[in-house]
Design a protein around this ligand. Sequence first.
Ligand code: ADP
Length: 202
Amino acid sequence: MTKLIVGVTGGIGSGKSAVTDRFAERGIVVVDADVVARQVVEPGSSALIAIAEHFGENVITEQGTLDRAALRKRVFSSESERIWLEQLTHPLIGSSIAEQLKGASSAYSILSSPLLLETSQRGMVDTVVVVDVPEALQVERAARRDTNSEEQIRRIMAAQMPRQQRLEAADVIIDNSGSLDTLDTAVEDLHQRFLLKSAATG
Ligand code: ADP
């Protein structure tokens, strides 16, 4: 019997990590698409070699790792370069995610991904949880967390799915505009719901 797989998504700074950390604390296996995306371009990987050939050595650091900031600049300024990169990496990311979810040992598992709704990852999950905050709070929290400027964060947001469209695709919405304590309560409620659901279907 296939186990329940919950997708968690939201824009940059919405609180995906804050949410998935809380599910992980409850023993739930969380596969993070961002982590997998880094794994597929590790030094020595065929994907990193292809990226270096395509974009040139200036997207590779002296240590031989991917210079993500340099690459980000290239793909955010060119739609065709972004598509090229996605066509290379998305299938690799997808198969690695599928493998990790298959091996998950908890009652249900989570796929956390900023691109859950934009990619074929949508088809890998049974239910979609959207973490939502107003855009101003998103910018404020992401800017405080990252070294990115507010302008860079707004550019990333502009490349992501619009808030309203994301909310319309949600099965469950977590409003993360309150405190972390409030978030913890919301996660606990959902966790109980998913445990019941997984027991009913598993
Ligand atoms: P995402 O993974 O969606 O980009 P994060 O979970 O990293 O977002 O949250 C963005 C930043 O906001 C982090 O520094 C996080 O600690 C903080 N944060 C998240 N939720 C809350 C909250 N409810 N109250 C205060 N700070 C929060």
